[in-house]
Design a binder for this molecule. Structure first.
Ligand code: 4AD
Ligand code: MG
Length: 430
């Protein structure tokens, strides 16, 4: 019977066949210990000369890492075994021998591994991270679907900027036209929310970020909910609910992966709403108190975010940034018009911003003024202005970067390991 390693506990005492690859091997004279992986996990297959005969035993002695094979044998519980089970091999079938697999159990540098990302993803750590990524995405979808949000995706080719003109990727679009890869689906989401009430889009987004930091990719996945008849408090409550729900799901279903990653789960167990809130002014005061050279009135930098998010053991919501450092679509706070009704959620343990959003500017005249101030081409935004012409309502939403979220949950050094094929300033291969 075919079995997958992740289900092996259900097959104790039965004979099963595992189709996979050889991860590692050691021998002690009359026994080979084969570590087999099948994509769902790793298991030790114990092969004795007595059980398989001389010929098969000799063949296994030369098998190299990543050769594809199938092992058949009885599943046996063993408290000492990683995962709790082993297989006593009765038959071994080799499909394709791999020679000189370039990623060995020794240490390799990041560039070496990134050049071989298509193979690196087979490693135990990388499969654990990609499984957590899968779970995060699944939890995100469940969260919105179970709350009546309608998935309504935004286009990838767009005619104009959403998040500033300096990080646009232009693409030739037939004769005489230039399209830009989307930076965010938000503007379309706002139109969709006026049509459907509560919506979300979820797709790849692009930023021509020339920065080489551990938080930036040029292509990343973002989930963006948007709600009609909603204010900043509604947006913050939704963000808290989403983060708590995603973390709870990973803790519930991906314990094994967190263990492989040596991620301390207890710090994640504390992630329950409500999250602490600070205004920009309070955050600025805290940074000053900590002795940082923060200049009031500017945006928070990477180091500022790191320091702020180390002060709390839950994500922290920073609201009311100066309108001047935020995007053109932010609604000003009527009580202090130089501040925006916006929120950035910073993940704890120094991870920094994982969510950015807020309440949108719903006044036609002020929006027109902002588009001019930001030097944006009004023609490209006429459709967006229509949303303020025909039944404008208070509304808001946010975007959560999947890679930043996974990086924090897995406690990684760099976002590049959270996506199968990272795209960065100097990386377009493989
Ligand atoms: O704060 P940002 O730029 O917000 C927006 O794009 C809004 N239009 C979203 C909205 O309100 N619908 O980006 C949102 C999130 C960030 O908090 C971060 O998690 C992620 O997207 N992000 C990046 N992730 C990886 N690499 C980059 N270069 C990123 N830029 C933003
Ligand atoms: Mg932001």
């Amino acid at each position: 019977m075919r079995a997958y390693i992740e289900d092996i506990a259900r097959h104790e005492g039965q004979e099963v066949t595992i189709h996979g690859w050889l991860h590692n091997r050691r021998s002690s004279g009359k026994i080979h210990f084969l570590i087999v992986r099948d994509g769902t996990g790793f298991i030790q297959a114990v092969m004795s000369k007595a059980a398989v005969g001389d010929e098969a035993f000799a063949r296994a002695d030369h098998l190299s890492q990543e050769s594809s094979l199938s092992v058949t044998g009885i599943v046996r519980a063993d408290a000492r075994a990683k995962g709790g089970y082993e297989i006593d091999v009765a038959r071994l079938e080799v499909h394709s021998e791999a020679h000189d697999y370039p990623i060995t159990p020794k240490e390799h540098g990041p560039d070496y591994l990134l050049d071989r990302r298509h193979l690196w993803i087979r490693s135990e750590r990388q499969t654990a991270i990609l499984r957590v990524r899968h779970e995060v995405i699944d939890a995100v979808r469940d969260f919105f679907n179970s709350r009546g949000f309608i998935l309504c995706d935004a286009p990838i080719f767009t005619p104009a900027a959403c998040e500033g003109t300096t990080t646009l990727f232009p693409v030739p679009y037939f004769e005489d036209h230039t399209a830009f890869l989307t930076q965010s689906g938000q503007l379309y989401n706002e139109a969709n929310a006026m049509a459907l009430g509560k919506v979300y889009c979820f797709g790849p987004t692009f930023r021509a970020e020339k920065s080489k930091t551990r938080r930036h990719l040029t292509e990343f996945w973002m989930v963006e909910p948007e709600m009609a008849y909603a204010d900043l408090d509604d947006v913050i409550a939704l963000a808290e609910g989403l983060i708590a729900s995603v973390v709870a799901r990973v803790l519930d279903t991906r314990k094994t992966e967190l263990e492989i990653l040596e991620r301390d789960a207890s710090t994640l167990e504390r992630i329950t709403p409500p999250f602490p809130r600070l205004t920009y002014d309070e955050a600025a005061a805290l940074l000053k108190e900590k002795g940082l050279p923060f200049q009031y009135g500017t945006d928070l930098g990477g180091t500022d975010e790191t320091v702020l998010s180390e002060q709390f053991d839950k994500p922290v919501c920073i609201t009311h940034y100066p309108a001047s450092v935020k995007a053109f679509y932010m609604k000003p706070d009527p009580r202090q018009p130089d501040k925006a009704l916006c929120v950035d959620v910073l993940a704890p343990e120094g991870y920094g911003e994982i969510i950015g959003g807020g309440q949108r500017l719903d006044d036609l005249d002020l929006l027109l003024q902002r588009i001019k101030e930001h030097d944006l081409p009004q023609e490209a935004f006429e459709w967006y202005l229509d949303l303020r012409r025909y039944g404008s309502v208070p509304h808001g939403g946010f975007g959560m970067g999947i890679e930043r979220c996974v990086s924090w949950i897995c406690k990684l050094e760099h976002v590049r390991e959270t996506i199968p094929y990272p795209r960065m300033l100097y990386r377009l291969y493989p």
